[in-house]
Design a protein around this ligand. Structure first.
Ligand SMILES: [Zn+2]
Length: 436
């Protein structure tokens, strides 16, 4: 697939050319008209073309970066080593790079208009605990290791994009931040992206999130989710001599059975998952505690709230059932609580947003088509606050995310990288060449 396809005089193509022309005008504030030469589209700009042309001869460099980054462990809440390596790479590319107090790496490419910012972000963290073997096994264009695709692909792309724009001396209209953010997975609860949006709010006009591989989708709708933990405690005792005392695991099981019988609607799609259950010390002890973790997701915040209430009611009922059937209540009673471990807000980007137009225009150039999706990603945070944001793959193909069998195949990744570059430059705008 070529990044230099000319605008053919078909109606559809002509429309896209118009969008490409119009986009920087619409995306820049009215007081800052675009410096981009009129009558040209992004790939016609010599510097943009040079940046696009950087990828193909440097693909093995990009693949090597992906291996290097993936082999630096980044368990939840322990992203420091990987962050330091990414900061160094962004600095080597020529960006002003720093690590903020949350642990995010931020590389800045100053635009003509410093009052407006677009961010391109790839999460640094993995789901894998410390000690996981993250050695990458390579065979041709295929690589295998935990975290290789999610998000080795996104981080490698971030470094490649920084190199390409600096190599080509691209000067954007709006300032571009290259961000390696922490805490995307699980209980990280999007803390890195929350901090970025908090710091740059007011200036932040668009966020492009790179998560995993692929070129086929664009997430413009944020799936709302909550993660909850139920804890039931009791006095605990001996399985024989204290038989009949209320048992927290029994109560948890009773409550769980009630909960999994909760009816959820097919539309708006709503799901729940008991993902972890633990408790007890030995087979011949009445346990003193039991806990379970539940993930609930919905296209509707109202359904989420309803489901969270259902979980609380079911746990309370499980405890009540267990207390009612306990033979010996003199030995103490059960306590329970349900805590919110994390919450990802929902949101949706308008179908006529300049950011989606930028992606569509980029797709047209690389000969791609994107399917719109709803998903739970770093983009949830800006989307929930009304800031334009998308989450896309960074090219190539992959599978087995969050498993030890995770893999990535770099075949065709150039198209994905060009798509990302054109999208980000489409929304930032590009200064005319003489302003170098
Ligand atoms: Zn990811």
């Amino acid at each position: 697939m070529s990044g230099k396809r000319p605008c053919k005089p078909t109606v559809k193509r002509a429309l896209v050319c118009v969008i490409l022309l119009a986009m920087p005008v619409r995306s820049a504030a009215p007081s800052h008209p675009p410096r981009q030469a009129q009558g040209s589209r992004l790939p016609d700009n010599a510097r943009v073309r040079a940046a696009l042309d950087w990828f193909t001869p440097n693909i093995s460099w990009v693949n090597d970066q992906q291996v290097r980054i993936t082999e630096i462990p980044a368990p939840p809440f322990q992203e420091e080593l990987r962050a330091a390596a990414v900061k160094e790479s962004l600095a080597e590319a020529g960006l002003t790079a720093q690590i903020d107090k949350t642990g995010n790496v931020i590389g800045e490419l100053r635009g003509v208009n410093e009052k407006e910012i677009v961010a391109i972000a790839a999460h640094l963290d993995t789901v894998f605990p410390p000690g996981t073997d993250v050695k990458v096994h390579r065979e041709g264009s295929r690589m295998a290791a935990p975290g290789i695709s999610d998000n080795g692909t996104g981080v490698a792309a971030l470094l490649a994009l920084a190199r390409a724009v600096q190599f080509a001396h691209v000067k954007p209209q709006r300032t571009i931040l290259f961000v390696g953010d922490v805490g995307e997975e699980g209980e990280g609860n999007l803390r890195g992206m929350r901090a970025i949006v908090d710091t740059y709010r007011g200036k932040l006009k668009a966020v492009v999130v790179l998560d995993g591989s692929g070129t086929d989708h664009v997430t413009t709708k944020a799936l709302a989710s909550r993660r909850l933990e139920a804890l039931i405690t009791g006095p605990g005792g001996h399985s024989w001599s204290d038989f009949g005392m209320p048992n927290p695991i029994n109560a948890l099981v009773r409550g769980s059975v009630r909960f999994i019988n909760t009816k959820v609607p097919a539309s708006p799609r709503t799901t729940f998952n008991i993902g972890q259950i633990e408790g007890g010390t030995s087979v011949n002890s009445v346990p003193h505690e039991a806990r379970l973790k539940v993930d609930i997701r919905s296209e509707s915040e109202d359904e989420l709230t309803r489901l969270e209430s259902a979980l609380r009611e079911c746990v309370a009922a499980g405890v009540r059932d267990e207390m009612d059937s306990a033979r010996d209540r003199s030995k103490g009673k059960l306590e329970w609580k349900v805590e919110l471990l994390g919450s990802r807000p929902g949101g949706e980007m308008a179908a006529d947003s300049p950011l989606l137009a930028a992606l569509r225009a980029a797709d047209e150039v690389v000969g791609n088509q994107s399917r719109i999706e709803r998903s739970s990603t770093d983009a949830n945070i800006p989307l929930s606050l009304g800031i334009d944001a998308i989450s896309i793959g960074a090219g190539g193909s992959g599978g087995g995310a969050h498993s030890l069998q995770e893999w990535y195949d770099s075949a065709g990744r150039e198209a994905g990288l060009k798509r990302v570059l054109l999208t980000i430059l489409g929304i930032s705008g590009v200064a005319e060449e003489k302003s170098r």
